[in-house]
Design a protein around this ligand. Structure first.
Ligand code: SAH
Length: 256
């Protein structure tokens, strides 16, 4: 059973260049009951064109959070969805807009989530997509896949609203059956950085395949959805491996 509230969902626009799209996104959100807009390094904001296109949703613009990097935008979220105008990309799990809306609604039961939208010209970078657990695609005609940014926000906001309207109200789950909260994204990023460092040091991770290997490992841990405690255990294991490796290094040097 999933909840019916979209509170806790952030709509994140990454480096939007046209202020009109920011306004259109705000309006698209407000009519569908979404409130939390985050702008990562917008080219122009605030801007009269954004205000004009928001038309009635100025409050969403006024309360929009403006950040200079994605880390700040995602802080405290436990799950990140990214949107892509291109269909299925082999290296990322993918959902269409309708499926994703249901999944997001269910994920919001466990805590805050983010839905990322890319730049008008180039979309999201691979590094930004690596921060997403799921890529969402709005199915389109075969010959042209790319919606205008504001319209893409509208389609997703509509699907989310419909999913919330048709969802069954959450039922009380006995306290002992409530799963541990998944770790927030920033803890997972700290873990991936640590894992990458240890895997490099051990010789396992070779530069030529590092990006793909880390992407696969991210998918593996995404499926496991570790809690904060579990991430702490994993980091504890890595720290002990590092200590042990340093001891081995010292012994090797002593015996030279
Ligand atoms: N040329 C870019 C298109 C960017 S369109 C590309 O190939 O990625 C700007 C943004 O609108 C995209 O980054 C995405 O967030 C959203 N968008 C546009 N069309 C979409 C679609 N069919 N499905 C999902 N998101 C889409």
């Amino acid at each position: 059973m999933i909840g019916t509230s979209l509170q806790g969902l952030r709509i994140v626009l990454v480096e939007p260049s046209h202020p009109g799209n920011i306004g259109a996104a705000a309006r698209a959100m407000k009519v569908m009951g979404l409130r939390h807009l985050v702008l990562v390094s917008p080219r122009f904001f605030p801007d009269p064109e954004a205000t004009a296109l928001a038309s009635g949703a100025e409050d969403i613009l006024e309360s929009a959070q403006v950040c200079t990097n994605l880390d700040t935008a995602l802080q405290g979220c436990h799950k990140v969805y990214g949107t892509s105008a291109r269909g299925r990309r082999i290296q990322w799990p993918a959902s269409n807009a309708r499926e994703a809306a249901g999944e997001i609604l269910a994920d919001l039961d466990t805590g805050d989530c983010a839905l990322l939208f890319g730049r008008e010209r180039t979309g999201l970078t691979n590094a930004e997509m690596d921060r997403c657990q799921v890529l969402v695609h709005i199915p389109t005609a075969d010959e042209y896949h790319s919606l205008n940014l504001g319209q893409a926000v509208q389609v997703l906001a509509y699907e989310l609203h419909m999913a919330a309207l048709t969802a069954q109200p959450a039922q009380d789950v006995p306290a002992e059956d409530v799963p541990e909260q998944p770790a927030p994204i920033e803890d997972m990023e700290g873990f991936y950085g640590h894992l990458q460092h240890v895997l490099r040091r051990s010789g396992f991770l070779q530069e030529i395949r590092a990006t793909r290997m880390m992407r696969r490992l991210r998918r593996l841990f995404d499926r496991a959805r570790p809690s904060q405690n579990e991430v702490n255990i994993l980091r504890g294991i890595l720290t002990e491996i590092e200590r042990w490796a340093s001891k081995v290094d010292r012994k090797d040097q002593d015996s030279l």
